[in-house]
Design a binder for this molecule. Structure first.
Ligand code: PEP
Ligand code: MN
Length: 361
């Protein structure tokens, strides 16, 4: 069995990114072979295709099933491309191992389900192939981390995370809300994890894929999993978000890659700015502390006067005044709003504590 080093997935543009491309679903033998061949001609080394599709409603196309694995196998035999597919059950896994799938991914509906994750993790025990875990459909970083931990406990060493956005009643211009803070936080908790982005499912349309992909690289992602089909308009699933191999190639060429620590540059100026920022952060904390001390005073006073903690008019004035000032000073209104909501929440928390503290005796 070919052993893949996670580092070896890095391919294509520059030296860094892992690019996994291929259709949402395997549909026909021709579609699989044609797409894989064009991708190989563009330098792509990992092919994705969904064999079993977790569809939201029944009666939609639920994947071609086992026969599709044979088509993928043939694509590998003819081109040498590595194969990735989604597994949701131990039975899927077994069939994939028999066929020679190289990389597995666990879908967003499965990573949201600890029972399914546990079953899969146990079935994967002793397996030495990479596994990618998509974030759960709901915005829950702990659940995502938990799914990864179940695989770690099962001894899987090469684990990657795939950020595919989250479901929302109102996803705005996206299909799935990106919530970039989730992958940023997961990477902070598991610094060694390979972090990929699936811009196709975040965007949900062809137009926004590139900007989502660029954003992922600007946030230091390691690569992309991107839905690519030889004839996207005719795709049986997710047609509106699939691109063809030429479009993928053009997109990858126009994406800019940046490094966390570029070599050969002077860090002196950067260090100087960072020292200033550190100094300002200290001042900011001191000011916050002073502000909180006054909040406590007010809390004790309100308690003595039997006055409510929330004073709606005062709170509205504070918020509006600061928003107005932020606009005059061209500081982001959203930022100031978030900061003052957080400060106010903490003030209420502190005053509630004071108000409800039982006096001795
Ligand atoms: C997919 O990648 O085809 C897929 C079904 O994605 P997700 O699990 O992220 O919805
Ligand atoms: Mn899809």
């Amino acid at each position: 069995m070919e052993i893949l080093n996670i580092q070896d997935w890095r391919i294509s543009v520059g030296s860094k990114p892992v690019i996994i491309a291929g259709p949402c679903s395997a549909e026909t033998e021709d579609q699989v072979l044609m797409t894989a061949k064009s991708l190989v001609s563009k330098g792509i080394r990992i092919f994705r295709a969904g064999i079993w599709k977790p569809r939201t409603r029944p009666n939609a196309f639920e994947g071609i099933g086992s026969i599709g694995l044979q088509w993928m196998k043939r694509a590998k035999e003819e081109t040498g491309i590595l194969l990735a597919t989604e597994v949701a059950t131990p039975e899927h896994l077994e069939e994939c191992l028999e066929t020679g799938i190289d990389i597995f991914w666990i879908g967003a509906r499965t990573s949201a389900n600890p029972f399914a994750m546990q079953e899969l993790a146990e079935a994967m025990k002793g397996m030495d192939l990479p596994v990618l875990v998509k974030n759960p459909v709901n915005p829950d970083t702990d659940l995502w981390q938990g799914a990864i931990e179940r695989l770690q406990i099962a001894g899987i060493e090469r684990i990657g995370a795939v950020h595919r956005g989250v479901s929302s009643y109102d996803p705005g211009p996206y299909r799935n809300v990106p919530l970039w803070e989730m992958p940023i936080e997961l990477k902070r908790r598991i610094p060694d994890i390979t972090m990929l982005c699936d811009p196709s499912h975040i965007a949900g349309n062809r137009i926004m894929i590139e900007s989502v992909a660029q954003k992922a690289f600007d946030l230091n992602f390691d690569g992309l999993m991107i839905e690519t089909h030889n004839d996207p308009d005719q795709a049986w699933t997710d047609a509106q978000q699939q691109i063809n191999p030429e479009q993928l190639d053009r997109m990858l060429r126009s994406i800019k890659l940046r490094l966390v620590h570029p070599e050969g540059i002077s860090y002196e100026q950067l260090d100087e700015w960072r020292d200033k920022i550190d100094e300002l952060d200290i001042q900011m904390l001191e000011i916050l502390l002073k502000r909180m001390e006054i909040v406590n005073e007010i809390g004790r006073y309100k308690k003595a006067c039997n006055m409510t903690i929330l004073q709606p008019e005062r709170w509205n004035n504070v918020l509006m005044k600061n928003i107005r000032q932020s606009e005059e000073k061209h500081l982001g209104k959203d930022l100031i709003t978030k900061i003052f909501f957080a400060i106010h929440e903490e003030s209420i928390r502190k005053q509630t504590e004071i108000m409800n503290k039982k006096e001795p005796g």
